[in-house]
Design a protein around this ligand. Structure first.
Ligand code: SF4
Length: 623
């Protein structure tokens, strides 16, 4: 019988008590005592953010569909609950079974963004699990990190027993089998970790030693345990087969999470190769999901949730080969039932009026495009593969189709960017507004058009061609944003243009954590001890505390952010092999310097190395 971890009195004293009670529609409620392998799966942020995470839903389904394992969810408690748990010494618990996290065999933590690292320590601390992996004993769960940030795990290496590089569908089932054998053989914690180290894609940080040069760069990174592999190869599904786990009956959260809609992943990976984009490299090669499977799954998800919106997701949905087919099937189904269709990451050069026109009939929404750079020169440097003509044509079609509101995403601070490139952002936005007034006759306009531009700040990420690039400092970022703002005011159609830009300080921190090394573990632990959590929320991020601790520990923004890395430098993540080779990334870094565009995978294979995974577009390519 499930015993609530918290009294009603406590639940009624906190904000949104539904965050902590579990039992949502479509959630699994397995009895932990009935299964040999117990997994607590954590999203290190608050409930309503975590429930929207697709990766979490897939892994939750993967473990729970087994008859020898169970998986419960764990989220970061909000500030008010954090305080109560500490004061009353109540261990953090999983929402389904309400069991303390420390009673599980595994604690999986998904790492989607660097700014969640202090929340990882919050979860470990509140669960009564020692922060350092080397201090844990048989009574503690094995803590595993996975997700995008696992592709440079070194800044948080001390806090994890294991990191998994790859797609969960490939090795987590195997891991359960290996773990069960370990239990049968009554192996101790170290012996279990050694068995796990043998599994492809798994990395045990404590089985490696690192040394640094005088200047702080990495001197060596060596395995110190015979079970530890010198190189950790990313694990990827060669095809997106319908047999793979997928959350066809997704949990319907109590709180209207960030994405109260069903999300259907149409394909994994991206053909494009934008040089700033980490996801575009680590999820290569592109693998489509079967068209019929996508259609049937969407219907089943809508019927099993009652949601009134569906999102067709991927890194570049309009590149999904069966996109048109799925849309022509979905539009009549959704319009009949007043269900909105969301198509995030639509490329402006793949904008098809007739299709979007039909979607427009179902749901009146604004259109979002991501040119990422205002000038053609910089779009070539970042390999966006978009021409000005394609952008203006796409906008023209949208306006002919009845849209008058367009959102544009750009980035500031990219390598080799000039002031003219920065000024090109408002100029392009103005050109798009001009197209509206040239295209739509006065009598057919629904008020003035609205072109909303927003800029984020460029953060160089591991496993991208820009991983060696210097990053701007806060002052330079601000200057660039002001230059956009000032130039926006000079535009003819300035009344139709709005501009918004992101937070510089948070970007700086993200930069340090993204390309950091093990020297950062001490800093993360110290800022956590000084009260830093929820750093991903700008209003709660304590920038000064981070800077104070960095200074005390000799961690400089100059070393981690502002300096260009030589391509011969040993990088903290070089021990990981994502298929895409370092030589390919070097080649692309050089082509960026020369402003040369690389064709996308569908146009021509550029031999990035991802063909090693034996599937996807690499084998569809005949040229
Ligand atoms: S090997 Fe070629 S086709 Fe495959 S992902 Fe790399 S560039 Fe694209």
């Amino acid at each position: 019988m499930r015993k609530p971890a918290l009294s009603d009195e406590i639940l009624l004293s906190v904000e949104k008590p539904a965050r902590y009670i579990g039992g949502e529609y479509n959630s699994y409620n397995k009895d932990p005592d009935a299964y040999p392998v117990k997994v607590a799966f954590c999203f290190p942020d608050v409930y309503e953010i975590g429930t929207a995470n697709l990766g979490m839903q897939i892994i939750y389904e993967q473990f729970n569909r087994r008859d020898d394992a169970m998986c419960d969810r764990v989220y970061s408690p909000w500030f008010d609950m954090d305080k109560i748990l500490r004061e009353k010494n109540i261990p953090l618990f999983a929402v389904e079974s309400q069991r303390p996290v420390k009673d599980f065999d595994f604690l999986l933590i998904t790492l989607s963004y660097e700014m969640c690292y202090t929340n990882v320590l919050q979860v470990l601390d509140l669960s009564g699990i020692p922060l350092h992996a080397v201090d844990r004993t048989e009574e503690h769960p094995i803590v595993i990190g996975g997700g995008a940030c696992a592709y440079n795990p070194e800044p948080i290496a001390d806090f994890f027993d294991v990191f998994y590089m790859g797609e969960s569908e490939t090795q987590y089932d195997h891991m359960v089998e290996v773990y069960k054998e370990c239990l049968e053989k009554k192996l101790n914690r170290k012996e279990i970790l050694e068995q796990l180290a043998e599994i492809p894609g798994l990395y045990i940080p404590q089985f490696y030693s690192v040394e640094y040069n005088e200047d702080g760069t990495l001197k060596s990174f060596d395995p110190i345990n015979p079970h530890a592999k010198r190189t950790i190869r990313k694990e990827a599904c060669s095809t997106m087969s319908p047999d793979l786990p997928y959350s066809i009956h997704p949990i319907v959260p109590y709180d209207r999470g960030m994405m109260d809609r069903v999300t259907m992943e149409s394909m994994r990976g991206c053909i494009r190769g934008c040089r700033f984009c980490q996801a575009g490299m680590i999820y290569r090669p592109v693998r489509n999901r079967d068209c019929e499977y996508v259609k049937n799954s969407i219907i089943e998800m809508l019927e099993s949730t009652g949601y009134d919106e569906v999102s067709i997701s991927s890194l570049s949905t309009s590149d999904y080969t069966d996109f048109k087919d799925v849309m022509e099937f979905l539009i009549p189904y959704c319009s009949e039932r007043k269900i909105n269709i969301g198509v995030p990451s639509l490329r402006i050069d793949a904008f098809s009026l007739d299709l979007m026109g039909k979607i427009q009939e179902v749901n009146k929404s604004s259109l979002t495009f991501a040119p990422e750079a205002g000038s053609q020169r910089l779009r070539n440097i970042i390999n966006k593969g978009l021409t000005e003509e394609e952008i203006l044509n796409g906008a023209r079609q949208a306006f002919e189709g009845g849209w008058n509101k367009v959102k544009l995403y750009f980035m500031l601070g990219q390598p080799f960017e000039t002031d003219d490139d920065v000024k090109a952002i408002p100029i392009l936005a103005d050109q798009i507004a001009r197209v509206y007034y040239e295209t739509v006759p006065k009598e057919q306009r629904h008020g003035k058009c609205q072109i909303q531009s927003s800029t984020s700040f460029f953060v160089p990420k591991p496993f991208t061609p820009f991983q060696w690039a210097p990053m701007c400092d806060e002052e330079t970022f601000s200057k660039k944003a002001y230059l956009v703002k000032d130039t926006m005011r000079e535009q003819l159609n300035r009344k139709s243009l709005t501009y918004h830009y992101h937070e510089e300080k948070q970007t700086e921190l993200e930069g340090v954590l993204a390309r950091g090394d093990r020297k950062l573990c001490a800093a993360i632990e110290e800022v956590y001890k000084r009260g830093c959590i929820y750093d991903a929320w700008g209003e709660y991020m304590k920038y000064d505390v981070w800077m104070e601790v960095f200074e005390e520990l000799g961690i400089t923004l100059e070393f981690y952010n502002y300096r260009e890395r030589s391509t011969d430098e040993l990088l903290p993540w070089d021990f990981i092999d994502i298929g895409v080779t370092k030589n390919f990334l070097k080649r692309e870094w050089e082509r960026a310097r020369q402003g040369i565009v690389t064709p996308n995978c569908r146009e021509k294979c550029s031999g990035c190395g991802a063909a090693v995974f034996g599937g996807g577009i690499c084998y569809e390519n005949k040229n």
